[in-house]
Design a protein around this ligand. Sequence first.
Ligand SMILES: Cc1cc2nc3c(=O)[nH]c(=O)nc-3n(C[C@H](O)[C@H](O)[C@H](O)COP(=O)(O)OP(=O)(O)OC[C@H]3O[C@@H](n4cnc5c(N)ncnc54)[C@H](O)[C@@H]3O)c2cc1C
Length: 390
Amino acid sequence: MTERVDAVVIGGGVMGASILYNLTKQGLKNCVLLERDTLGSGSTGRSSGLIRMHYSTKVNAELSWKSFPYFLHFDELIGQQKPQFIKTGFIAIAGPASTEGFYKNVSIQKKVGIDTNIIDLKQAREVAPGFHFTDDEVFAWEPQSGHGDPSGTAMAYAKQAEQNGARIILKAPVNEIRIKNDTVFSIHTEKETFETEIAVMATGPWSNQFLSKLNIDLPLTATRHEVFFIKRDNNLLLNHPSGADMTNMTYFRPEGNDMTLVGNGNREHVVDPDKYNLKPSMDYLEDVWLRLAKRMPAIAKGQYFTGYAGLYTSTPDTHPIVDKIDGIDGLYICTGFSGHGFKLAPAVGICMSELITKGRSDFVDITALKADRFSKGNQNEISYGFRVIS
Ligand SMILES: Cc1cc2nc3c(=O)[nH]c(=O)nc-3n(C[C@H](O)[C@H](O)[C@H](O)COP(=O)(O)OP(=O)(O)OC[C@H]3O[C@@H](n4cnc5c(N)ncnc54)[C@H](O)[C@@H]3O)c2cc1C
C-alpha cells in the first residue's frame, strides 16, 4: 500500500518522538513515525535518565537548559501527563588537572543562564554529606537538576503527536529510503510505502546502516556502556545527590529510597547494535564500584542489585549531528548524542522541526552540530574528563 504523507520520522526513541510531536506543532499534521520494534527500545530505554546542565560548549549547555522546563512542566507545555522528574541536585567534581576547563565550563553555563554555582569544600560537604573530597578539588552545584523517565518521555511525546494527527507504526523496520533527482521520494518497510518529501533519520545506534546504503560517510559509532545499581545501607549513607566525578570517572544518581545508580568509568567499546552483551561484566562492576567508593566510602558496604548495558551513538567530538544531509533534499539526521541525548530531547525536537519547516533553527543555534564539521575540521571542543559522562 502506498500513501502520501507530510513527513516520515524513522526511529521511535526519545528524539524521534520529540521530533514527531514538534513537526505536528509546526503544522505538519500528516506525519508518520516508523519504529522497527517498540517505542524506547533503543538507547532511550536503557538511559540513566540524568538531567543536568554541566557541559563544555554553549550549544549543549543551551540545549539542556532550554529542555529543562519541559521536564518540569511537561503537562502544561505539551499537554500530556508529566513523565516522572525527581529533583536531586547535581554536583560536578573535578581535580586540579581539570580546574581551568572546569571554570571555563561553568562560565559558559552561567552565560546561558543555567542555575549553577561554583561551591567551596564546606558547601560541597553540606550538599553531599558522606562524600570524601580532597582540598584540591573544585565543585559546581546545580540545585535544580535530577533525573527523569526517558521511555515515559518518548511515550508522552508520541501520544500527544498522535492526538495532533500523526501516526506511529511499530514493528515496522524501514529498509529503504528511496531518492529521486537528489530528493527524498519514498520510505519503505516490508509492508508499507510512504511517499514524502521529508524524512528524518532518528535511528540512534543503527544510523550507520542507513547512511552506508546512501553512501553517506559520517563518523558515528555504536558504543557499549554499562550501568548498575547498588543497594545502600541507609544507616551508613541515607541519600546523596546526583553527580559526575571527573577524578574517579564515574557518574551517579540515587534511585528510589536506598539505591544508587552508577555508570561510566570512561570505558567504551564499539559494537554491532544488533549483537552486543546486554549484561554488565564482573571486571567493570569491580572497577567502577571501587571508584565510586573512593567518593562515597559507605557504598563499599552496599549490595549489588542489578545492572545492564546499553548503546551510545558516539561521535569523535561527543556532540550530536542535527542537520540536513547535503546533496539530498528533504533528508535530515538527528543522532550521535554520545550518551547525553535524553536531557536534550525537548529542545532538539523543536530545533529539528524548525530546521525542516523554516530552513533554520531559531530556538537554539545548532550550527555547531552540522554534519560537515568533521570533514571541514570544525569539530567541537571536548573538555577534559567530561568526554563520556551521561
Ligand atoms: C547506558 C546509557 C545511559 C545513558 N544515560 C543518559 C543520561 O543519564 N542522560 C542523558 O541525557 N542521556 C543518557 N543516555 C543517552 C540517551 O539515552 C540517548 O542519547 C537517547 O536515548 C538517544 O535517543 P534516540 O532517539 O536518538 O535513539 P534511540 O533511543 O536509540 O532510538 C532510535 C530508534 O530507532 C529505531 N530504529 C533503528 N533502525 C530502524 C529502522 N531501520 N526502522 C525503524 N526504526 C529503526 C530503534 O529501534 C530505536 O528505537 C544514556 C544512554 C545509555 C545507553
